[in-house]
Design a protein around this ligand. Sequence first.
Ligand SMILES: NC(=O)c1ccc[n+]([C@@H]2O[C@H](COP(=O)([O-])OP(=O)(O)OC[C@H]3O[C@@H](n4cnc5c(N)ncnc54)[C@H](O)[C@@H]3O)[C@@H](O)[C@H]2O)c1
Length: 718
Amino acid sequence: MIYQGESIRVDFIEPGFAELQFDAKGSVNKFDQATLEEFSEALTKLQNTDDLRGVIVTSSKSTFIVGADITEFLTLFSDQEKTRSWVAKASRVFDQLEDLPVPTVGAVTGFALGGGCEALLACDYRVADTTATIGLPEVKLGLIPGFGGTMRLPRVIGPDNALEWITTGKNNKALDALKVGAVDAVVEPENLTKAALNLAKAAAAGQQDWKAKRQPKLEPLKANDTELMMTLVTAKGMIAAKAGKHYPAPHKALEAIENGAREHREGALTAENNAFFDLTQTEACQAQVGIFLADQAVKGKSKKYAKAATKEIKTAGVLGAGIMGGGIAYQSALKGVPAVMKDIKQDALDLGMKEAGKILKKGVERGKVNNEKMIKILSSITPTLLNDAVKDVDIVVEAVVENPKVKGSVLAEIEGVIGDDAILTSNTSTISITELAKNLKRPEKFCGMHFFNPVHKMPLVEIIRGEKTSDDTVNAVVAYALKLGKTPIVVNDCPGFLVNRVLFPYLAGFAGMVDEGVDFVGIDKVMEKQFGWPMGPAYLSDVVGIDTADHCTVVMEAGFPTRMKRDESSAIAKLAAAERYGQKNGKGFYVYGTDKKGKPTKEADPATYELLGCEQGKKLDADEVIARCMIPMVNEVVRCLEEDIVGSAAEADMALLYGLGFPPFRGGPFRYLETLGMDNFIQLADKYAHLGEIYQVTDGMREMAKAGKSYFDTTSAK
Ligand SMILES: NC(=O)c1ccc[n+]([C@@H]2O[C@H](COP(=O)([O-])OP(=O)(O)OC[C@H]3O[C@@H](n4cnc5c(N)ncnc54)[C@H](O)[C@@H]3O)[C@@H](O)[C@H]2O)c1
């Protein structure tokens, strides 16, 4: 045995040929700080091993190496000195592999991502099996490769391909990697080790010039000035268009490659180290790493619920074939759970089926679904006008109009039809589940299942536990949501639940500015372009439906009479009264139409300014616009955590990210608060406290700030 560590061992596989094998104790190999230390120790041993002729680098697992240990990042990056020395030291470990005095061959199976891919790049040759997926996904965490990836990849596959791989963070299958020269051969999994060993032997025997293969990685990039300039200019244009200004990582990747292009290995690595360090200190990186961690926490939690489920959902019934019901029935059928879709109107059923057909047709056009599958999916949705048709289903999702009385009677009626063991859920956006349960004989078998529009695209499903909902019911519904390919987040009951409850104070903050005469178009611009929401508050209200939003304010007022008091003179109420319902009837804040080419249009309407009494072009400072919209939202989400509506800051962040499109580079409302600094936030909120209760921070937040605590310390997803 040449070396034996906790995660790495090195031994001769044949006389003269050593195998350095990654064999971590957990389910996957990763480059945590301890493994990097071991990697360096193992390579030092190899440097000093006599009679060594070649080395192969392998994994004992079904996957090579998944990358660095992301759970270490936020703590590490909070210490600038440590971060600098970590990245400088870690990247030099990979030089040790590259500098071994014998040929080296990486043998990749499964994932070789981030650091895993960089370890391969430090080898002279790379052999992949057919299961391999290789890539440098660091930009998705607001970072760039930090172990020599920006230096080696352009020298291995050329700057064009390398820029594409690194700035998009895409995963590449073995054959695609072979095409661009990222790997030298692709073999069947059972032949992998043998193929790698044979290549090492051939190189050691002089049949392959391994030194010539290694040399370009030690030198400046081989591309003439014009070629390089063309490549960089094209890449800059692509990055500006795709990543935009809020995501610095792709820009920095290009900068590192450009700065290192004319340097030897050491100079190019220094360029990479500097760019990497700069990114570790950005808000976008902290937010994107935060999202990764929160996503893992949320996934882990929902898996636990699903594992505990005693009832499997094999068939579903959906009540209402409208926008939501149609979408839910489609999604269920798509994922293999046949759905009976019931409505009181034949027209609605026809429309629901037509919509499902439309989505599937798009899938066929894009080659995602074939005709046969399309027919199978459509035929597993059964439209019906009869309650009786749902009597044998395992779960019912009610998605009829948002009216407590209608919902109450529809739910009670259907409870009498379905089996005692069947689960009943409601897709209500705002109405308390505990209140709706009062209409039922088996409230323990009832919960909220709040999907988002459009159902087939939006990942979030809020699962709402009413006062009497049983654990069994929650477990089964979480399992069903997972089966539908969604991200379920379990919350406790209150009007609006989590997502809509925090949305309304945000919209109220917006409406307050419009009431003061501020132009809603300018507010939308700031909230979209500067804050980063996919839609500003006026446009979002139009898309949700002004009538729906207006109706919801009634429900929210009933739940939070002082803080969310309904204001008849607010913009939403005025537009609703004028029957400007938004996109659905072509006019809300904006007017909607189509241009000559049939493309949808959205324009500010003079009639809106007149109706609302706001002035075209009247602006507030962008910081004030952001503060007045965002403070109420953050305050409300903090209240939801304090009141145990949501279980953790991580879940709240993911819910808003997946349900509302909270800008990923800000990481969610709690990460945003953390980035602003709680003291700064409180100071800002206090400045606007006179505007109403929605601007007043909770005592709990003041205490947290005083104690220097973080919401992520105390309430990480359980
Ligand atoms: N539209 C959204 O963006 C959205 C998002 C999340 C949740 N929701 C909620 O989903 C529910 C449905 O909303 P929608 O936008 O799909 O409404 P919709 O008006 O498009 O559809 C409601 C459908 O229910 C049918 N219906 C009415 N009474 C019925 C009954 N007794 N039995 C069967 N069907 C009946 C109607 O004919 C109509 O087809 C509401 O509770 C709403 O708050 C809506």
